[in-house]
Design a protein around this ligand. Sequence first.
Ligand code: PMP
Length: 404
Amino acid sequence: MLDVQKIREDFPILQRQINGNPLVYFDNAATSQTPQIVIDAIVDYYSNYNANIHRGVHTLSQEATDAYEKARKIVQQHFNAKNSYEIILTAGTTHSINIVATGFTTLLSKGDEIIVSALEHHSNIVPWQMLCERTGAMLKVIPMNEEGALLMDVYDQLLSNKTKLVFTNHVSNALGTVNPIEEIISKAHKAGAAVLIDGAQACPHIKPDVQALDVDFYVASAHKLCGPTGVGLLYGKEEWLNKLPPYQGGGEMIDQVSFEKTTYAGLPHKFEAGTPNICGGIAFGVALDYMNSIGFEKIANYEHELLEYGTKKLLEIKGLRIYGTAKHKTSVISFNIGSIHPYDVGSIVDKLGIAVRTGHHCAQPIMDFYKIPGTIRASFSFYNTKEEIDALVTALKKAILMLS
Ligand code: PMP
């Protein structure tokens, strides 16, 4: 059992009032809140050992380098990567996907096929479309059903010896569907294709084991995991990271530079050009340690309770429709009420202190599937409570009265 009241004390922002009401933060799928221990790590870095890493002999630079490389090890252990150099610290999920998509430019040619799912965030659609434009490869889509689950029999038909890459998210940000990634990965491998899994939405709830999954690339962002914005990871199998060319040229990613010829550094530095988000990387490690100290199993179980309670309570509201009713879901509820515009509902509940997200959630193809402009999305984290869900229901009822 989680001691939620004690956990809430770790998050100073949860004491905030919004428009004279206690903050109810239900926008966790967009970004999670930050515990004091992570805030302290950021303050400690800038107060005591702010310095550039990897190339300084002085004490501050050594301390910053040690802390940054310690964070990489924490990330490696969390995701169970075989080697720490298979963990590239990036600016986040979008950056990580673009490193892989750009790298594949030299590995694809006309006639090759790439498979994505219908449940993707724009950051897992657009880079592959750009890759197809550059290479002449073709994008194929695994469709979804009304419940928001992928049609796996169609996936079977799409796979062929032309398939070179498969990309899906582990969990959909718009609907919360947990995709059957084990099956997606093993079938892709049988067809000879590489797989990238976008774990941005899964990682706050599930601890992925990249070796057990046998996945080729796995990406995520720290800011969904109680860490800071602007930092994340690209896990890649060593053989794949060696095959891909560097994404950016610059300092840190080189071995030798001359005007005649430059050679590149080994992993992970080959993909880490320029001064990285040093403080962010260190704080990412602290955030993962914090979440592991609570325990991902406990987090997932409690969030599931919130999902069930929230689903039941919201469905008691007349005219409310939930989008995404697949059997395996994380604590995300995407909904609309009658024909009321989601933006109007979001604005009114904000006046009552409740933060939900409204719109297409960077997943326009999903909204097109349901023929809606967007949804209201309430996403729960382990520091939320059933009382907060009750407050949302009360606020929604007020919004309906005002808007109808
Ligand atoms: N993929 C998914 C499934 C996401 O939910 C998000 C963030 N909303 C991203 C990718 C992009 O992450 P970031 O903005 O941190 O790069």
